[in-house]
Design a protein around this ligand. Sequence first.
Ligand code: TXA
Ligand code: MG
Length: 317
Amino acid sequence: MTAKLGQNIADAKQILIAEDVVAIPTETVYGLAGNALSLKAIARIYEVKDRPKFDPLIAHVPDIHAAEKLVTSFPKAAKILAEKFWPGPLTLLLEKKDTVPDLLTSGQPRVAIRVPNHPLSLQLLQELSFPLAAPSANPFGYVSPTTALHVADQLGHKISYILDGGKCEVGLESTIVGFHNQKITVYRLGGISIEDLEKTVGKVEVQVNTSSDPAAPGMLKSHYSPGKKLILGDISENLHTRKRQNVGVISFSEEFDVPKENLFILSKNSDFKEAAQNLFVALRSLDRPDISEILAEHFPENGLGRAINDRLRRASV
Ligand code: TXA
Ligand code: MG
């Protein structure tokens, strides 16, 4: 099978109604989508991604109203966040109804839900009568795709259609938030910063687990792996000790003395948003046979810098 790339919503819809999978664009990363209420479609997603069944999937819906249909309650803080950030890079963990398959949530009592902010996928969701389960459209453990070609490169032989919505605007996965006893907990840093969440609902707790324990889904330590050793630290120092090697460099805004094709400056103007957009492209591009290692540096620990650091750290494990 070779995936067709296109912008035909009717084609995507037909495949999804037949309980098969389609790659879809979102503002964060591309997703591998299937009917979230169909066991057959969910099983296909796990199979295509080679993903262990203990790692649950996010349900994508067109609006808050559709989200409400999947849950037994919608806490006030969750409502405020949904109203403020949807459509957008925010995923809410809410108590699921029995109609939501256990296979989707890996047996967890909560279901992860979000409304993606991309015109093609929003229209697709509006036209469908069911939500779409969609993990990032990469083989399990690899860097998430931010263009349709990234998806085609890795999953193109396994799926029939990729809805091509161009380059993802955010470039990092959604921020995942849960609610318990009046407490708001962030389980994955992502496209909405902690500062933006706190401006809206007050103090949140950050519980970004880095265990390799399958009982802590969504927080697997080694993830977003570029397939090359990534060394996180002072780039100049690390370059110095690797003079005779052909290393790749991912810097925030500075130039380094390495061949042009080995250097990715994420944002010459030190803009977090631009840096986030380019991060996964850089990690993928440097996953080349001639590159021995990738050198990267820590970002300032605020705003999207925190989420960027989180991905770099996981990529370096
Ligand atoms: O931006 C995104 O969130 C992208 C786009 C496609 O929407 N999706 C994405 O999905 O990143 P995925 O499957 O690659 O990552 C979702 C994370 C997983 O690590 C999973 O363990 C966690 O969310 N998750 C999903 N459902 C959960 C649940 N019911 N309880 C706890 N964690 C959950
Ligand atoms: Mg993923």
